[in-house]
Design a protein around this ligand. Structure first.
Ligand code: ADQ
Length: 475
């Protein structure tokens, strides 16, 4: 069968990520098939996967599910099995209950449990073994994100011939916070197994190098670390990007234009549509943003007959306690504001707790006059870049938190401190009320940046650098 053939093939380029880039979908007749998941990573790797023989190692997405290796759209998929216990301890526990809040500046308290950590080690070993099986001699392996920080070292022990890259999608925290972690040395050693460790921002790379110097006294020079076994590890920033032109083309289609018009009408043709789009996560600053907008309406600074806030939130990590509490808080807050200040048929906040296809997202971006992106901490934030890519001409305005990676690139956004409710209020008003000339000037510069630095550029930079490092190089 195709699955068997897939299993015997070794690949010269391997991506290792918590999730495979496919979802299992059920057809109306009850049969099942795999469909490529929406999202940037698959598209980012597509050009590389086409020129190399590519494989992807990851979890298929449901616990206790035995899936054989298979080939999907020319990409070889290597499923890693996770039991219900693994999901609870490694994924919901250590990854999302310990690392996620710790790495996001402890905006929620991280929990430290030894059984979570033990399972994180076991599952990382499983991913490393799968990658070691599938990678061809001297191949390149690119490991993704905070769930798999031990894989670089584990894989190097199994396969010293490989070039190993790692990219962290979330912030790497200040050294003082990282030091809280009872397993700090193990995590640093895990990452040091890579030849190239990529971060969203130079600050993250610097934090990592400083920690390695402090804890292990390894020799470091700028972005390079010498390990005792004589290797060089490079730590550098690669700000992640989007597929800007395909996002733009989608937004400019006739269908999307018509749908954007329909959305405006459904919202009662207000003068100003404010839009928020986030995964429902406590790092995204949703309550602060909603409270600020509610106050603007209560103050009379914003007239609900004339303006609306559309907040779209994707359901996320719903089995983790902190996420359930957040969801209830937001439900209550939105209900309170709409109840107190809404007019008949004109609630000031429209809140949708749902996930939408790319076409619908593009139409919302196109319909929005002010995009409000105000996380308390965010590695990059792709929503900000997607909004800019969806502009038709130089209209629209982006309100952007200083504490996102994107704020380092999109300097012409209306930057804001998301903890400052008065600042949020005045910045949202300023963005909505600015002259079209000012808005156009800002948007033009941001558009140029988003188109010049797209996802191909991102993957290309990382893989070019990785190609120069590792076994056999004299870098
Ligand atoms: P996330 O925390 O998930 O990503 P973000 O970068 O904003 O955050 O990406 C979210 C993606 O989901 C966007 O592409 C967006 O369009 C989509 N999305 C959001 N809500 C949606 C909805 N209701 N329906 C459909 N799609 C929706 C992590 C890090 C970020 C980093 C990325 C990539 O936390 O900081 O930018 O990885 O590295």
């Amino acid at each position: 069968s195709a699955a068997r053939r897939g299993a015997s093939r070794r690949a010269s380029f391997v991506v290792v990520a918590n999730r495979l880039p496919v979802d299992r979908v059920e057809n109306p007749d009850g049969s099942q098939e795999w469909r490529t998941s929406p999202g940037g990573l698959v598209t980012a790797f597509e050009p590389v996967m086409r020129t190399h023989r590519g494989a992807w190692v990851g979890w298929p997405g449901s616990p206790d599910d035995d899936v054989e290796p298979f080939v999907h759209n020319d990409l070889q998929l290597e499923p890693v099995h996770l039991s219900a216990d693994d999901v609870e301890l490694y994924y919901e526990g250590f990854s999302n209950g310990t690392l996620w809040p710790l790495y996001h500046d402890v905006v929620a308290p991280p929990a430290y449990h030894r059984d979570w950590w033990d399972r994180y080690v076991t599952v990382n070993e499983r991913f490393a073994e799968a990658a070691a099986r599938v990678a061809d001699d001297g191949g390149q392996v690119w490991i993704q994100d905070y769930q798999l920080q031990l894989v670089p070292q584990l894989l190097r022990q199994l396969r010293p011939d490989l070039k190993i890259g790692f990219f962290l999608h979330i912030p790497f925290p200040p050294t003082e916070l990282f030091q809280q972690l009872p397993w700090r040395s193990q995590i640093l050693q895990g990452l040091l197994g890579a030849d190239l460790v990529g971060f969203q921002l130079p600050g993250g790379a610097q934090n990592f190098v400083r920690l390695v110097r402090q804890r292990f006294s390894y020799e470091t020079r700028r972005d390079r670390i010498r390990t005792p076994d004589g290797r060089t590890v490079v730590a550098r920033a690669y700000p992640i990007a989007i597929d800007s032109s395909s996002m733009h083309d989608l937004a400019m289609s006739e269908e999307t234009a018509a749908r954007a018009q329909e959305i405006r009408e459904d919202l009662g043709n207000p003068t100003t549509i404010f839009l928020g789009v986030d995964r429902l996560d406590y790092t995204k600053g949703l309550p602060e943003r909603i409270r600020a907008f509610g106050e603007l309406v209560a103050d009379g600074a914003v007239d609900p007959a004339d303006a609306v806030f559309l907040q779209v939130a994707t359901p996320s990590r719903e089995r983790v306690e902190q996420y359930r509490i957040l969801r209830d808080d937001i439900d209550r807050l939105v209900g309170r504001i709409n109840g107190d200040t809404g007019l008949l048929g004109r609630p000031p906040i429209i809140y949708l707790h749902n996930s939408y296809p790319r076409e619908e997202m593009a139409a919302m971006y196109r319909a929005a006059d002010v995009m409000v992106v105000t996380p308390l901490r965010d590695g990059m934030n792709l929503v900000a870049k997607e909004y800019v890519a969806c502009r038709d001409g130089d209209n629209g305005a982006l309100v952007l938190s200083e504490f996102t990676g994107a704020a380092k690139e999109l300097r012409q956004a209306y930057l804001v401190n998301p903890h400052d409710i008065d600042g949020l209020k005045s910045t949202m008003l300023a963005a909505a009320g600015d002259s079209s000339r000012n808005k156009a000037r800002r948007m033009r510069i941001m558009r140029r940046h988003v188109f010049d630095h797209d996802i191909d550029h991102w993957a290309g930079q990382f893989l070019d650098d990785l190609g120069k490092l590792g076994p056999g190089s004299d870098y």
